[in-house]
Design a protein around this ligand. Structure first.
Ligand SMILES: *Cc1c(COP(=O)(O)O)cnc(C)c1O
Length: 497
């Protein structure tokens, strides 16, 4: 399988796409086609464990990897040592028509682990295949969860290093503690004075800078990305859509071939895009419901066909979705443009120069065949956490609750009773203070730090606190660097002195 750039040039192998992250023209790598998975094959997923399901999906895209290589990577990533349930991504029914797909059973308690436990293995193999002997230096901008997941994925993987930038005041206490206490000899964590978009734009500029690449090269390092723009992040995410579908068949909730909706709490558009890819591969997906928080640039995009970043940036209680420029949307635009890279390039230039672009009504309508977008503010989010706990005894984190609220809105608006899988993207214990406010009232977290909130939450709900949260209390802070928005390159070089 070849991979193209969404902006038209480039044609590379899977391993090259994974190794380089971003195409030289600034576009994102997309597969030349979507390999079809026949219903018969989807049915056989029912008998397989998660790693076997993963191999079956991955091998269709990673054609320059051998099956034993893919198996080795997948078994290392989705192991009992790293995930606290053998199902890896369990599906739980919470009401008549709603199932939750729990993607937070990995080491960092968020869905990013699903991809970032696997990616380092894919990158290492990709380097070998392409005769790359330099150290693979990963640069990541994080709105909270990616950073820790990347650090844990790459920690002490030979031949790699991982540097994470996070917005100084844009992540939760637990997220920050998780990152700055990371061990390993090849991990680096730097706070940026700014918001997530500042950090993300800064990292993009470093990737684009010849001078910076040369400085890294002089130190025996070559840059790569672990952000969700890397195809190696996207492809593992396709797996759990198929896996959830097989689990619904196994539990007799649906028959093979029946349609299912997926509702996805969305930020950078990577998670939901994987669902779109699964649909293009033949998974019977009816609607993909795109749930945003108050930073509802995608909601507006789906309703108007205009993507505009001329808006206020809000900090919300679902910080991993506080994003104004959803990078992975570019891959959907590429399909909407009938794979016309020149057109995508024009839109992306307009976005850069004017802060907005319009895809026109026809293409917007084409998207609405599959997508439906809505948003939830903090008040909706807290109400959803409370209601789900009271009515269904299910404890949701704020990101998942944004999805839960939007799913209610969708059902009211569309009168659609198709079985729906809500993607649960983080453990409630990762955002314990807000979850506690949700179930016990606005003052419940007053004067309590994250640990006290977690303890209170455990007491009130009887749902056990994950071991990773308990451990944070004891770990020393190892990373203290802070830098300005336009001094990120210097900050990286300093880490390698
Ligand atoms: C990253 C993240 C999201 C958003 O996923 P995208 O792929 O960026 O759309 C949602 N919830 C949580 C908890 C996350 O960490």
């Amino acid at each position: 399988m070849s991979f193209f750039s969404t902006r038209g040039e480039s044609c590379v192998t899977a391993s090259q796409a994974i190794l380089h992250g971003l195409a030289p023209d600034g576009g994102l790598y997309v597969p030349a086609m979507f390999p079809a998975v026949p219903m018969q094959r989807i049915s056989s997923f029912c008998e397989w464990d998660y790693p076997t399901r993963a191999v079956s999906i991955l091998k269709r895209y990673l054609e320059d990897f051998s099956i034993p290589e893919i198996e080795q990577a997948v078994r290392a990533a989705y192991s009992a040592e790293r995930f606290d349930t053998p199902e890896i991504a369990p599906v739980k029914q919470i009401d008549d028509a709603t199932w939750v797909l729990e993607l937070f059973h990995g080491p960092t308690l968020a869905f990013k682990d699903m991809a970032l436990q696997l990616l380092p293995h894919l990158i290492r193999m990709s380097a070998q295949k392409n005769g790359e002997n330099r150290e693979i230096s990963i640069l990541v901008a994080t709105s909270g969860d990616t950073g820790k997941a990347a650090l844990e994925g790459f920690r002490d993987v030979p031949g790699t290093s991982c540097t994470v930038f996070y917005p100084l005041d844009g992540v939760s206490d637990v997220q920050k503690l998780q990152m700055v206490t990371t061990g390993g000899s090849n991990t680096h964590v730097i706070a940026v004075e700014g918001n997530f978009d500042d950090a993300q734009t800064g990292v993009k500029e470093l990737f684009a800078s010849e001078a910076f690449r040369e400085q890294m090269n002089a130190r025996g390092k070559t840059l790569s990305s672990a952000n969700s723009i890397n195809f190696g992040r996207l492809v593992p995410q396709i797996v759990y859509y198929f896996s959830a579908y097989a689990d619904l068949v196994n539990s007799h909730a649906i028959a093979p071939g029946d349609p299912v909706n997926f509702c996805v709490p969305t930020g950078n558009f990577g998670d939901i895009l994987a669902g779109y890819y699964a649909r293009n591969m033949g998974l019977p997906v009816n609607k993909l419901i795109c749930a945003s928080n108050r930073n509802n640039v995608l909601t507006d995009f789906f309703s108007s066909g205009i993507y505009s970043t001329h808006r206020t940036f809000f900090k919300t209680m679902s910080p991993s979705m506080d994003i104004l420029v959803s990078s992975n949307l570019e891959r959907l635009l590429y399909e909407a443009a009938d794979r016309d890279g020149a057109l995508v390039k024009t839109w992306m230039e307009q976005l850069k120069e004017c802060g907005s672009y319009s895809i026109g009504e026809q293409r917007r309508d084409w998207m609405l065949d599959v997508f439906w977008g809505d948003c939830a503010d903090n008040k909706d989010t807290l109400a959803e956490i409370r209601r789900r706990f009271r009515e269904d005894h299910y404890l949701m984190d704020p990101h998942t609750a944004v999805g839960g609220h939007v799913l209610r809105q969708y059902r009211l608006a569309a009168n659609d009773s198709t079985p729906t899988v809500l993607l649960a993207t983080a453990s409630p214990y990762k955002f314990a203070a807000d979850v506690l406010r949700g179930i016990a009232g606005p003052d419940a977290a007053e004067g309590k730090d994250a640990f006290a909130c977690s303890e209170e939450l455990e007491k009130l709900t009887g749902i056990p606190m994950p071991a990773q949260v308990k451990a944070l209390k004891e770990l020393p802070v190892r990373h203290k660097a802070v830098c300005k928005r336009d001094a990120m390159g210097e900050a990286v070089l300093k880490e390698f002195e």
